[in-house]
Design a protein. Structure first.
Length: 376
């Protein structure tokens, strides 16, 4: 499989070995001191040190920052900015899944922007403008899940309240993505599965999201098709680069499509991450069938379109549950340690989340409680 380039929504170089193009991309822009940012899970892996070594071997002076873990929080961003300045860095190579990519993009934001990170929260009254220099970024995804490498926003939690905040600007879109399926081969099956269902959910909720965006709709349906055809193969044949590559594409497509909006599943998942520290992809996977049944009352035609795109028949929510079982994910929140005692706080946070207003069916506090109870 050759490395190919396409330019949507940013410059993407895709194919096995694409990560090796990082050094030339940095040098061609007259830069010399990249900070390679990743998470605590990726940092010990051999390919990460190989990336750092390849940059240094090309005559660059690469530093590293790997203190990103779990659901990303503001303190990790502050730490990354400090290391960036201490290294006298002039560029960023962001390597990892959604957490590292989200942190890396806002590290780039805060290198030259004043104030507190949450001063730049999306739609915050009196928020500060994103109007200063943002260093050159290369995004290197290592999971096929969030698609944050092609996103214009980052989701960062408050360290104290754990409430997720969305930092948005078109300038947060990395100008170069190196999408290399070889970097996803060593993922544990559970991570491949949960991140893959997260990618699916972005395509699903984008397609259902109210509003008019036919370009996003078309991308979302193709993304659903790619996940349906390739996620299970990635579990059964971990080294299958064709399937891994198509999942990376589905992930990027989901994040491209959800500029149209997301929905109730993501509001539920954000609450579960905040209250129960549940992995985002796992929370999405468990909640999505109940949320799709909730939406069926108003979006039956669209659910039928998605069922067809998945190559399935019958009920879309039932197909989701079958897929979860085939890839080894639990069907219920109780299997992930969630209890009825969590319900009040879950509902409180979900109601205030920014995603569900785009849902095709309005969601009340009572609806959220019923959804969580159905998934327990």
């Amino acid at each position: 499989m050759a490395i190919v380039q396409y330019n949507y929504p940013t410059i993407i170089k895709f194919g096995p070995g694409a990560v090796a193009l990082a050094a030339d991309a940095i040098k061609s822009r007259g830069l010399s001191r990249p900070l390679v940012l990743t998470d605590t899970g990726v940092a010990p892996l051999p390919f990460f040190q190989k990336i750092v070594d390849s940059l240094n071997a090309a005559g660059l002076m690469a530093g590293a920052f790997s203190s990103v873990y779990g659901n990303p929080v503001k303190s990790q961003v502050s730490a990354g900015v400090k290391v960036y300045h201490d290294h006298h860095a002039d560029s960023l190579v962001i390597v990892g899944g959604g957490a590292a990519l989200d942190v890396g993009k806002v590290v780039a934001l805060m290198v030259h922007h004043p104030g507190d990170l949450f001063d730049y929260e999306d739609d915050k009254p009196g928020g500060l403008p994103v109007d200063r220099e943002i260093p050159f970024m290369i995004a290197v995804p290592t999971t096929a899940g969030t698609g944050s490498e092609v996103g214009r926003s980052s989701v960062i939690s408050d360290d104290v309240t754990h409430i997720k905040r969305i930092i948005f600007s078109p300038r947060l879109l990395p100008p170069l993505v190196l999408s290399d399926p070889e970097l996803t081969v060593g993922l544990p099956a559970s991570v491949t599965a949960s991140t893959g269902v997260d990618a699916l959910s972005h395509n699903v909720e984008a397609y259902l999201s109210k509003g008019f965006h036919p370009l996003a709709d078309g991308i979302a349906l193709q993304g659903i098709k790619l996940v349906a055809q390739n996620l299970e193969t990635c579990i059964k044949e971990p080294g299958n680069l064709d399937a891994r590559g198509k999942m990376l594409m589905a992930s990027s497509m989901g994040a491209t499509a959800f500029q149209k909006g997301l929905g109730v599943t993501h509001s539920c998942a954000h609450a579960l991450s905040a209250v129960c520290d549940l992995h985002h992809g796992l929370a999405i996977s468990i909640m999505m069938p109940a949320c799709m049944r909730f939406n069926a009352a108003v979006a039956g035609d669209r659910l039928a379109d998605m069922t067809h795109a998945a190559g399935a028949t019958g009920d879309f929510a039932a197909w989701l549950e079958e897929l979860q079982t085939r890839v080894g994910l639990p069907l219920k929140l109780s299997a992930a340690g969630v209890t009825p005692e969590h319900l009040d706080k879950l509902v409180e946070i979900a109601v205030n989340d920014v995603c569900h207003p785009c849902n095709p069916r309005p969601v009340s506090a009572a609806d959220f409680r019923a959804l969580f109870e159905a998934a327990l």
